[in-house]
Structure formats: C-alpha cells, structure tokens
Design a protein around this ligand. Sequence first.
Ligand code: PMV
Length: 367
Amino acid sequence: MNERRIATFEVTPNIAVVKYWGKRNEEKILPTNASISMTLDSLKTRTTVMFDSKLKEDELWLNGKKVDLEKNAEAKERLKQLDVIRKKAGINHRARIVSINGFPTAAGFASSASGLAALACAASKAAGLKLSTQELSILARLGSGSASRSVMGGFVEWTKGEKPDGSDSHAVQVASPQHWPEIRLVSAVLTEEKKKVSSRAGMRQTVATSALYRSRQEHHLPRVLEEMRRAIRERDFEKFAELTMRESNSLHAVMLDTWPPIKYMNDKSHEVVAAVHALNEAAGRTVAAYTFDAGPNAHIYTLVENAPKVMVMLKKIRGVKKTVISKPGVGPRELTDSSAHLIDPRNGKVRKHCFDEKKNEITVTVK
Ligand code: PMV
C-alpha cells in the first residue's frame, strides 16, 4: 500500500523597509546585511504538499499548471529545501506540490516570498517534522531570501548571521502584528511585465561591481537598521517613513551604480515618488512613504487615517493598474479542514482549483 502524508498552509508576502541586496554565500543564500519587513495580511498563497511513496519524481503545480522541472532549472533549484526536509525526517518519498496565489496572476505582485515560505511550512509538516519558526525561516531562505521573513507575522528582521553554515541567519520578530494596528501598505501595480534582470542575477552583479554598494554596507545600513528597529518599536511613523524612503533610494542608487547598470524603477515609479513628496509637503509632515523592490511597482506605507489621501493621489496618476491595501499580517496559517487541500488526500490527485476574482477567494472543487 502506498503511503501519503499531506499538509496545507496559507502564507502572505512581506515588503521590506530595509532591503536585502547581496549574498555572502550563493548556495546557502546568506545575506551581506540584515533586512526588516512587514508581513502583510493580504495576497495569500495557498500550498498543499503531499509526500507519496508512489511518486517517482517531485512534481510542482503553480496556479493550475504543471511546471516542467526538467526544463525549468530555476524552479528546480528553488525546491532544494525538499531534500533537506527529507533528510531531517528520514523519508525518501517524492512530493507533489500544488500552489495557488489568492490574487490575480501576473498582477505584478511578487509571490516568491509567500510561495517559498508556504512550501517550507507545508512540506515540513507533511514530512512529520515539528520545526521552530527559526528552522522554518532557514528552510524558506534556501528557496528565496525574502521568504525567510514570511514565516512570521508583524515586523520581522532577517538577521545577517556570522556562521558559515547559516544557522544564525533567520527571522526574528521586531514587533507583533498587534503592535502597530494603524499601519497600512498601499501597493500600486504599474506594470504586469516580468522583470528583465532577476533579483538573483542583479544582486550578484551589484556585489561584484558597485563601489557605492560598499559605502551602503559600511555607512548607511548599520545606522538605518538601528534607527528602523527603534522607529517601529516606538511607532514613530515620521521617522519610519523617512528611513523607508531613503533606504529605497539607496537601494536603487546602488542598482544604477552596478556595471552594467540595472534599472528596475520606471518613469511611472518616479512619478509616484514625486507625488508622495508633494503629498507630504502639502500635509506639512510625512504622511506617506514609498518603497520599491526589484521592479517598478510602488508600495506606499501610511497610517489608516491617511490611506484615503494616498488612494486619491494614486488615482491621479495615469497608468496605475490596480491597488491593494494591506495591514500587518499574522503569518502562516495551517488549513486542517480536509476540503481546503489542493490535493485529494484519498487518492492523491490534484483537485480542481482556481482564484475567483469576483469573490476574492480560492475555490477548491471537492468530489
Ligand atoms: O526574494 P529575493 O531573494 O528574490 O530578493 C528580493 C530582494 C528585494 O525584494 C529587492 C528586497 C527585499 O529585502 O525583499
């Protein structure tokens, strides 16, 4: 008889206010600096993992489509945490992984953080492991650096760590999701295009060629990290906002200083930057802060009372395709109800599933 073990988790992304950009170890994904982010309450990824003694190879289904792992080296590489999990659990079974984003695909929202953190949670649970949040963070990190921060809710720091094995480079909570309930993140989609330079290739190039990057590491980041932790603990929005904007600008400056230069922000992104500064000027204080990752889409931190102002500002910018408002999220959630699994636990088959945009929910057909 074949043996099957299954688990399903929902995990949300995070948006960094102090960014990770540069590895000191490419294989273990160890960063050259610590980073800090807020875990969101929206944009969920649901992932079901089933270890099955009958499977010959690991199998991955993303948003309803099977991924050809032989032809997609990057996807295969990102699954390397599965081997670590099998070794820890003492099992040999291959896994079927089914994952869907609870938001429109190609909407310009990065799903690697939530996707790889969901994989760490679901695969380790299905393998029968009981891991600490730190251990889950280390597993998620192997797939994508920023995923290491999505295993916790609230404000999260991914520590740089010193050890060569990476055992001290993981998530720690700076503040709980309840600590700053008024904070909001307004994400504005400016493009649905896939980025031309992957963050993996981009940061490698920056570390190798940018002199400004060295100054960022030595002078800018140590101060920003310390002040950011304090601004979050003291719920000092003006300080938090200024640090967030300056930090995003520092990141995109080192990208431009890379040789050959890398440019992720576009003219629309710079229009948002100017509009946020104009909004703050008109308010006479800092009410909104932009931040940009490895892409042109804008993420704007604000407080709940100022969110309508930010929305009005974005409405005036032509080319904003979609906006999503998030609050601090609580982190990964296991779905134990059998009908929530994306795989039928009785026969191991992938269940019909989709994201219903009208209802704004993931629907699974249970026969
Ligand atoms: O998630 P990764 O490993 O592809 O790196 C993404 C890095 C940034 O999003 C640009 C910054 C960050 O800290 O999230």
